[in-house]
Design a binder for this molecule. Structure first.
Ligand code: PLP
Length: 386
């Protein structure tokens, strides 16, 4: 069996592991050494030094992550935002124009909105589900198109095949933030996306104990991004590499359970009389469902919803729950609950949130690994006590 033929559950364990094993160790040890002996390297980027992202811990992760998405190359970074901003800074130049989906993680949106202009990069936001409108935003200097597989926090799924076809037709680099789906549910390279970006802080690590990021995709682009990362210094520390490597090994079982649990919870909430709307790409009634069903192997552990009432009702519901922790972030073993308007999307103005369809009473849930029955029972009692 070649590595490409392995199931992804096998790859998370075996892909990218050093051969032979280091000192026979079953688990790759942490190489906590900032610098390594000079062995005749003939260029700066090849020097063995943590900031060059080339310790054995980095190399193993690069190989494992690229294998998981069947991509050519991978690169880990100090956070998801380091992956995103380093990619932008490596591939965009003053005078370039950029197309981005109109509903994105707040940090990404804010960087595009606030930092692109001073860098001389112009941009337009596009509706990911209205391919017919994209062309009117195209300019001779448009360089790239950027979307999220499942958008944060409304769980929209753009016409991803059309994004790739549009990028191809117009010579754009196609970039996708695959954090919410994870490689278990979607592998962008298989659909010809040029670059897949991750906040590994979330599902890939899965234990809410590090921040980390990654870019996976075409080798020529990854080389450019790695060179920029060496200069910007957003390198993942070897100890965090070790924790990410450990977390990755259980990604398969975690993600499948979180997919199944979130689907059941989404169904429970959407059938409840106190709930107004539920955003989950696995619900047949949800607008992104047809694309999600065609392209995704699972619908993720993320959902968002609005309860009938106002912001105070939403806050009361959150306070009434007993199992979820009220905290931003997502993708860990514990269920997290938050109102994006005051956490993940608080960097956007109220007007920007409203334009993106993110209401102040929207509640976002990251379903953990607790028993689904216990979570449903908890949400039921929290709704009952409103
Ligand atoms: N992308 C998405 C979809 C996110 O939700 C986040 C953080 O919540 C990020 C990127 C940024 O990741 P990090 O916090 O690891 O920098």
């Amino acid at each position: 069996m070649t590595q490409r033929e392995m199931h992804i559950e096998t790859k998370v364990i075996h892909a990218g592991e050093p051969e032979p094993r280091v000192g026979g160790a079953v688990t790759l040890p942490i190489f906590q050494s900032s610098t390594f002996e000079y062995t005749g390297q003939d260029n700066y980027d090849a020097l063995k030094y943590i900031r060059m992202n080339n310790t054995p811990n980095h190399i193993a992760l690069h190989q494992k992550l690229s294998a998981l998405e069947n991509a050519e190359a991978g690169l880990v970074t100090a956070s998801g935002m380091a992956a995103i901003t380093t990619t932008f800074l490596a591939l965009l130049s003053p005078g370039d124009h950029f197309l981005a989906q109109d509903c994105l993680y707040g940090g990404t949106f804010d960087f595009i909105n606030s930092d692109f202009r001073p860098l001389g990069v112009t941009f337009d936001f596009i509706d990911g589900n209205s391919a017919g409108t994209w062309e009117k935003h195209l300019k001779p200097n448009t360089r790239a198109i950027y979307v999220e597989t499942i958008t944060n926090p409304l769980m929209g799924v753009a016409d991803l095949k059309k994004v790739v076809a549009f990028a191809r037709a117009h010579g754009l680099i196609s970039m996708i933030d695959n954090t919410f789906a994870s490689p278990i549910n979607f592998r962008p390279a298989e659909w010809e996306f040029d670059l897949s970006l991750h906040s590994c802080t979330k599902y890939l690590n899965g234990h809410s104990d590090i921040v980390a990021g990654a870019v996976v995709g075409r080798a020529a682009l990854i080389r450019k991004i790695a060179h920029k990362l060496i200069h910007l210094g957003g390198t993942l520390d070897p100890h965090a590499c070790f924790l990410l490597h450990r977390g990755l090994k259980t990604l398969g079982v975690r993600m499948k359970q979180q997919n199944a649990s979130a689907l059941e919870i989404a169904r429970f909430l959407s059938a409840h009389s106190a709930v107004e709307t539920v955003n989950y790409p696995g619900l047949e009634t949800y607008k992104g469902y047809p694309v999600a069903r065609e392209l995704l192997d699972g619908f993720s552990g993320m959902l968002s919803f609005e309860i009938k009432g106002d912001v105070a009702t939403a806050d009361r519901f959150i306070a009434n729950t007993r199992l979820p922790v009220s905290a931003p972030s997502l993708g860990g073993v514990e269920t997290l609950i938050t109102r994006p308007a005051i956490t993940s999307h608080s960097g956007m103005s109220a007007a920007e949130r409203s334009a993106a369809g993110i209401s102040d009473r929207l509640i976002r849930l990251s379903v953990g690994l607790e028993a689904t029955e216990d979570l449903v029972e908890d949400f039921d009692q929290a709704l009952h006590r409103l």
